[in-house]
Design a protein around this ligand. Structure first.
Ligand SMILES: CC(C)(COP(=O)(O)OP(=O)(O)OC[C@H]1O[C@@H](n2cnc3c(N)ncnc32)[C@H](O)[C@@H]1OP(=O)(O)O)[C@@H](O)C(=O)NCCC(=O)NCCS
Length: 143
């Protein structure tokens, strides 16, 4: 295998979308269309990475921040390339970019059903943060 890691570009949308659709544990909602993907990358330049085996995408991790804290999303590694250190490397690249911008507190949102991924995050040193309850607003509710 010849693995490389590089920044994600807007033109990667189609290939990344196909990749994500084949990964159990990556949940894509309706808001994650091409326009939203490009908007996200534009607001968080140079912070998201993919891993390639030659030309084939085998891993992704997206990073963003709001000036105070950072977030990682859509960490995924192709089934046949797992347990080779690629997930850890992608997380590390994203953390370096966030930390270079002075962002110290970084969060992930993980489905409670995704016990495999939880085991991965715990293994690489992340801990559950139970001080907050995550809340949102339903689209059809007017505040
Ligand atoms: C979670 C995921 C990205 C891990 O990728 P990976 O490339 O296999 O992980 P790595 O090889 O970098 O693993 C780093 C370390 O974690 C360990 N690890 C990996 N997966 C693990 C798991 N499911 N349980 C426990 N430990 C795990 C590895 O053994 C390795 O340990 P070591 O460095 O002590 O040898 C991959 O399993 C995946 O794509 N899952 C599906 C998508 C998903 O659920 N993403 C999470 C969204 S938040």
């Amino acid at each position: 295998m010849s693995m490389t890691i590089r920044e994600i570009h807007p033109e990667d949308y189609d290939a990344i979308n196909v990749f994500w659709r084949n990964i159990d544990g990556i949940e894509l909602d309706d808001s994650e269309d091409e326009q939203n993907f490009k908007f996200f990358l534009g607001r968080n330049k140079g912070m998201s990475f993919l891993a390639l085996d030659h030309d084939k995408i085998i891993g992704t991790c997206l990073a963003s921040h709001n000036g105070r804290c950072g977030f990682l999303n859509h960490l995924a590694v192709a089934q046949n390339h797992r347990r080779k250190g690629i997930g850890r490397m992608l997380v590390q690249k994203c953390l370096e970019m966030l930390q270079a911008e002075g962002i110290k507190k970084i969060y992930i949102f993980l489905s409670k059903k995704n016990v495999e991924a939880q085991a991965f995050w715990e293994h690489i040193g992340w801990v559950q943060y139970d001080q907050y309850l995550v809340m949102t607003i339903e689209e059809d509710i007017n505040p």
